[in-house]
Ligand binder design. Structure first.
Ligand code: HEC
Ligand code: HEC
Length: 293
């Protein structure tokens, strides 16, 4: 009798609830995934000169594009965990399996990189455009020039597709990386140029690339949307781990992954391989900014 009561009063209602929640999560995420969003993106002038291309390569590497789109811009899978989904950075070249041929103007690239929408207005998933939105006009143009100059790579990557857990987490507001276009602050004015110097201001500009993992206030914690085996990101304010760092220690960390305490952080979690391309003055700027927090 007890078992029957338990089934009628608990098991059946709970099962209905689970089916309803998962169903709602699929409806919501599918409607966003398949919609087309129209926005007004400013045109941007691209200079294909050698200085711009070199700067573009630095931006590509130091902002972590290669971590998801690979060094050759041909794309790669970076998360393949069925509950969370399959996420692959797209092949950004003109080769087979690449998307560059559908990018007609620099404006299209700007829209994908800084607003999270492909040229047709499709919301890009797990592509951190909200972190790239603050890129200056000069750095955006250099990055686009670099992408347009990439040799064709023939590689077809699997399409990105969220798993059931990612969809349910999204429903409860716990998976902001699923559709980053929703977190782009489009009212924010784009700086023409942020001069490279060892200033707190330039450090803050670079540190917009740390926010996705270390959090809006740089105080660290669990990184939203990554598989459960990832370590939490460190508190990188002066009250946290940066209080222990001198400039020389910080340089060593950014260049080699070696921490002040002598351990090495895994570049799979803390992407220092790309950051190792930062110039000395840039690392100093980051240091000054983080120590001011
Ligand atoms: C955390 C991983 C990640 C990082 C870092 C990243 N991307 Fe992406 N990017 C993706 C994923 C995943 C997609 C595919 C999204 C989709 O198809 O819904 C994508 C898509 C794109 C697209 C649109 C491709 C298309 O289908 O039209 C462009 C352009 C792009 N990324 C450029 C960049 C550039 C430039 C950078 C560095 C400034 C960068 N990405 C950094 C993950 C990333
Ligand atoms: C893709 C996620 C990710 C990004 C982006 C990222 N970090 Fe980290 N970072 C981590 C994780 C995870 C750890 C903790 C690693 C561990 O404990 O093994 C960490 C650790 C650190 C540490 C502490 C090292 C120590 O002494 O233990 C510092 C300092 C740091 N990050 C600085 C930065 C800065 C500066 C940026 C931006 C320029 C940045 N990180 C961007 C994930 C990230």
């Amino acid at each position: 009798m007890f078992i029957k009561k338990l089934i009628v009063k608990v098991v059946i209602p709970v099962s209905f609830l689970i089916v309803a929640v998962v169903g709602l999560a699929y409806l919501m995420t599918e409607s966003t995934r398949t919609k087309r969003v129209e926005i007004n993106v400013q045109e941007i002038n691209v200079d294909m000169g050698a200085a711009a291309l070199a700067r573009g390569e630095d931006v590509y590497l130091t902002r972590g594009c290669a971590d998801c789109h690979d060094l050759d811009a041909g794309g790669k899978t970076f998360i393949n965990e069925p509950p969370i989904g399959h996420y692959a950075g797209t092949n950004l070249t003109t080769g087979s399996g690449g998307v560059a041929t559908k990018y007609k103007t620099a404006k299209d690239w700007n829209q994908a990189i800084r607003y999270g929408l492909d040229p047709s207005g499709r919301p890009l998933m797990f592509m951190p455009s909200h972190e790239f939105h603050p890129l200056s006009v000069k750095d955006t143009a250099a990055l686009i020039a670099y992408l347009m100059s990439r040799p064709a790579v023939n590689r077809t990557n699997p399409a990105s597709m969220p798993g059931p857990m990612a969809r349910v987490l999204y429903l409860f507001g716990q998976f902001p990386m699923l559709f980053p276009y929703q977190h782009v602050d489009a009212t924010q004015a784009q700086a023409e140029d942020v001069p490279m110097a060892a200033t707190v201001e330039y450090g803050q500009y670079l540190a917009t690339g740390c926010v996705g993992c270390h959090g809006q206030n740089y105080t660290g914690g669990r990184i939203p949307g990554v598989p459960p085996d990832w370590p939490p990101a460190a508190d990188i304010t002066s009250k946290g781990v940066m209080g222990q760092y001198g400039l020389a220690d910080f340089k060593l960390l950014m260049r080699t992954g070696k921490t002040f305490s002598g351990k090495t952080v895994d570049p799979k979690y803390m992407p220092w391989t790309g950051m190792s391309r930062l110039k000395d003055v840039e690392i100093e700027a980051l240091f000054n900014f983080l120590r001011s927090r």
